[in-house]
Design a protein around this ligand. Structure first.
Ligand code: PBG
Length: 337
């Protein structure tokens, strides 16, 4: 027989974990379909959905399928989609000029979604990587030794106005050039798009977790082309204060929503940003975060549904008001059950 042992405790936190209903009553963070933004990959032409091998369950969609997918997301209560075009390599050049064409794929995609589901919030990436042969987010300097910050920003401003004209609710500059938020805000206002918002990829880290995305849009070559690394514009994963500098600048320059990316490995940054600003905070659970959960689940090493939910809950708990995630649809389905 074991010796009786009694603690005299004023506090026994386990009391509130005793039953399912007590646990429900004391739950602090609640995930809702309306917290989610679905990133969607778009292809030109009539082709059927193309699987992205490193992202099981994710497909590149033609415009008709895109419209269908948006209708389904809308019915599930997902309020927003982020569109990413996958561009035919033959159309790419070093300056990414196809990004400025009036008939650019992404512009047609925006119109298709808005026509099919007028209530859907649509955002688009403002960066040149899907369009350039070298896969960098901007154009290069004449000697090819760097991404040309200011010339890139000029092009991004034109791009933002085109996207606004096509009807996006939010442009999302993901390029990490200096001064782009202020310049894009000014360009939008000048063109009378005062109502078009900016979701700034403010704290975007030079992350290995973007790998599967680069497969999906075919910008994989970028890592190191021309001897230039994306680390010359994206943040060093080691840096917290520098992330806060970027956040403060984007806020001052007129960003409506501030984003941290990736999300899961940067929960501390999400929390810091939440505490540093009163603007809405977005977090992007990126392709590699999605892929690692999918891969482990495929091997039978993790439970997909529980990890999916826990990963998103953690991002929200850290302080994100909204989450871009490739799990958006499945998560919304689960939340609606
Ligand atoms: C490009 C862009 C990237 C992502 C979103 N916009 C990749 C990159 O910077 O190479 C990554 C998203 C993901 O990994 O899911 N400007």
């Amino acid at each position: 027989m074991s010796t009786p042992f009694k603690l005299e405790l004023a506090h026994r936190p386990r009391r509130l974990r005793r039953t399912a209903s007590l646990r429900a009553l004391t739950e602090e963070t609640v995930l809702r379909p309306q917290d989610l933004i679905a990133p969607l990959f778009v292809i030109d032409g009539p082709g059927g959905p193309e699987a992205v091998p490193s992202m099981p369950g994710v497909f590149r969609l033609n415009l008709a399928d895109l419209a269908k997918e948006c209708r389904a997301l809308h019915e599930l209560g997902v309020p927003a989609v982020a569109l990413f075009p996958s561009i035919d390599p033959k159309l790419k050049d070093p300056d990414g000029t196809v990004a400025l064409r009036e008939d650019a794929l992404v512009l047609r995609a925006v119109r298709a979604v808005k026509e099919a589901v007028p209530g859907m919030t649509v955002m688009t990436d403002i960066a040149l990587d899907p369009y350039t042969t070298h896969g960098h987010d901007g154009v290069l300097t004449p000697d090819g030794g760097d991404v040309d910050n200011d010339r890139t920003v000029g092009i991004l401003c034109q791009m933002a106005v085109l996207h606004a004209r096509a009807g996006v609710d939010l442009v999302a500059p993901s390029d990490m050039m200096d001064g782009r938020i202020g310049a894009i805000r000014a360009a939008l206002d000048e063109a009378d798009f005062q109502g078009t918002g900016i979701m700034a990829y403010s704290a975007k880290f030079a992350s290995a977790y973007y790998g599967p995305f680069r497969d999906a849009v075919g910008s994989a070559k970028a890592a190191g082309t021309h001897g230039i690394s994306k680390a010359t514009y994206q943040l060093n994963p080691a840096n917290r204060r520098e992330a806060l500098i970027e956040i403060a600048l984007d806020e001052q320059e007129g960003a409506d929503i501030l984003m941290v990316k990736p999300a899961g490995p940067y929960l501390d940054i999400i929390r810091e940003v939440r505490n540093a600003t009163n603007k809405p905070v977005a977090a992007y659970q990126v392709s590699g975060e999605y892929a690692q959960i999918q891969a482990a689940a495929k091997l039978g090493w993790l439970e997909l549904e529980r990890c999916r939910r826990e990963s998103l809950l953690a991002i929200k708990r850290a302080g994100a008001d909204m989450i871009l995630t490739y799990f958006a649809k499945e998560m919304a389905v689960e939340l609606g059950r």
